[in-house]
Write a protein that binds this ligand. Structure first.
Ligand code: RP5
Length: 159
């Protein structure tokens, strides 16, 4: 069973309304997380220190950023932990493609598992699925979540 937390980091507190959707899912699964602002551009030294030490406190990192979104890739370059990237359509983003491609198009050897634009909830689900590889209770919660989702789709009536 995993004993460490999930880190949720983001380039700015303006990303939090989106990134909170990851936190909400992780909370619902009763897994601990820590959320922090870590900016690749505004606090590069802190980003370096965070990423180099992350394996001591966390099992998985979720990193979100908008615009010139270097944070997930730079963290991935500094740690062996899995990094899930959330591209954010922020106030400085042209149309979201800038952040999406900055996070997605990583060079071979430095993967970032990139979810869809603003899809922080999926990042939370994926982080829990990674932890569930060594956590049976969490696996069971994820199976229940998927079953509820399936039932809610099958129950939909259009007329
Ligand atoms: C990025 O710039 C952040 O991740 C955020 O999405 C965007 C805008 O930041 P603020 O100017 O709102 O702080 O680095």
């Amino acid at each position: 069973m995993s004993s460490k937390k999930i880190a949720i980091v983001m380039g700015s507190d303006s990303d939090w309304p989106i990134m909170q959707q990851a936190a909400d899912f992780i909370d619902a699964m009763q897994i601990e997380y820590e959320a922090k602002v870590v900016s690749a551009h505004r606090t590069p030294e802190f980003m370096f220190e965070f990423a180099k030490n992350a394996h001591q406190n966390y099992d998985v990192i979720i990193a979100g950023a908008g615009g010139a979104a270097h944070l997930p890739g730079m963290i991935a370059s500094l740690t062996h932990l899995p990094v899930i990237g959330v591209p954010i359509k922020s106030s400085n983003s042209i149309d979201g493609w800038d952040s999406l491609l900055s996070i997605l198009q990583m060079p071979n050897g430095v993967p970032v598992a990139t979810v869809a634009l603003n899809a922080a909830k999926n990042a939370g689900i994926l982080a829990c699925q990674i932890l569930a590889l060594n956590n049976t209770a969490l696996s069971e919660k994820l199976i229940a979540y998927k079953n509820e989702m399936k039932a809610s789709v099958l129950e939909k009536k259009l007329s």
